[in-house]
Write a protein of this length. Structure first.
Length: 94
């Protein structure tokens, strides 16, 4: 029981971290080009390194994160057909 509570507490801490990262990603504006795409990729790596969140929060956080990634990649100049591949690569690289 104690281990479960420790894991749950860690997941809640991770949720708070990811919610803060969503706010940071919304504000991220690195312009266009390779530097902007690299900043977005670095952000995705940081997101992936945080760890698990509570099950009930996971889908909402991931959906919002993926939408923001796509929006930021589009703003950085990526073509629509490239964006899905970029998001997929960011997920598996993390």
């Amino acid at each position: 029981m104690r281990l479960f509570l420790v894991v749950l507490e860690r997941e809640k801490e991770n949720q708070v971290k990811k919610e803060a990262m969503l706010k940071e990603l919304k504000a991220l504006d690195k312009g266009t080009g390779a530097e902007a795409v690299k900043a977005i990729k670095d952000f995705a790596l940081s997101w992936n390194s945080i760890g698990h969140v509570p099950r009930e929060a996971k889908a909402g956080l991931e959906n919002e994160f993926n939408k923001l990634l796509k929006d930021k990649l589009k703003a950085a100049g990526k073509k629509e057909k490239e964006i899905g591949d970029e998001v997929f690569k960011m997920k598996i690289e993390g």
